[in-house]
Design a protein around this ligand. Structure first.
Ligand SMILES: CC(C)(COP(=O)(O)OP(=O)(O)OC[C@H]1O[C@@H](n2cnc3c(N)ncnc32)[C@H](O)[C@@H]1OP(=O)(O)O)[C@@H](O)C(=O)NCCC(=O)NCCS
Length: 184
């Protein structure tokens, strides 16, 4: 996987209607997009335990799944208040089709759905080299550490936390942030 400057490739037209809601998302579906490398998201070094996502959005090209984004509703404690948040994860585009806006499309469709589900904010965790990518999509870096649950108890999330408002540019609430589950 490369995170460096991505060279523009010849335009392929994928309209918003190319995104479909998937009935499910199996390990084989993920392999169809990212191949069968041991650590396609580059996060194995964290040793974290993750939750599967609940709702899945994808794009097919010539019959093959080539892009995915998943959603999982979460509960957080923010400044001591229990707050619903929409978790986003499993964002992936097939290596040969990167740079055509597929991630922008599939994440955008997932967020359109998230807006119908109630939470005021969406949240995701990513490796530091991907913060610039999510900022291009309008996400912001959270300026505070986030505790997440793990099998041996809460730990501070070692990856970057990004968030985006789902309604009316609502700011992220003040106070310490704790995810009341494993991350997604
Ligand atoms: C990260 C990833 C999803 C990007 O997919 P993509 O389809 O190439 O992204 P898009 O073409 O939709 O790019 C959207 C915007 O981000 C920019 N961008 C893409 N990759 C970037 C990167 N690594 N760094 C900075 N900007 C990036 C694009 O130039 C584009 O900008 P613009 O629309 O303003 O011109 C893809 O590289 C991937 O699947 N990586 C491996 C899996 C992974 O790490 N997923 C993230 C898990 S948190």
């Amino acid at each position: 996987m490369t995170d460096g400057p991505h060279s523009p490739s010849p335009a392929l037209l994928f309209p918003p209607s190319a995104v479909e809601r998937l009935a499910g998302y199996t390990p084989a579906d993920q392999r169809a997009i990212l191949g069968d490398g041991a650590d396609p998201f580059g996060v194995a070094h964290t040793g974290l335990t993750w939750l599967p996502k609940e709702d899945h959005f994808g794009i097919r090209h010539e019959g093959r799944l080539v892009a995915h984004a998943g959603l999982l509703p979460l509960r957080m404690s923010i400044g001591g208040a229990i707050t619903p948040v929409m978790g986003v994860g499993g964002v992936a585009v097939a290596p040969g089709l990167r740079g055509h806006g597929l991630a922008r499309l599939v994440v955008g469709a997932a967020l359109d759905h998230a807006r119908t589900r109630g939470p005021r904010h969406a949240l995701l965790f990513c490796r530091p080299p991907l913060t610039a990518f999510y900022e291009r999509l309008g996400w912001r870096a959270l300026d505070r550490p986030v505790e997440v649950e793990q099998p041996a108890g809460p730990v501070v999330m070692p990856l970057r936390t990004m968030w985006t408002p789902l309604h009316d540019d609502e700011p992220w609430p003040d106070g310490p942030v704790r995810l009341l589950s494993y991350p997604m």
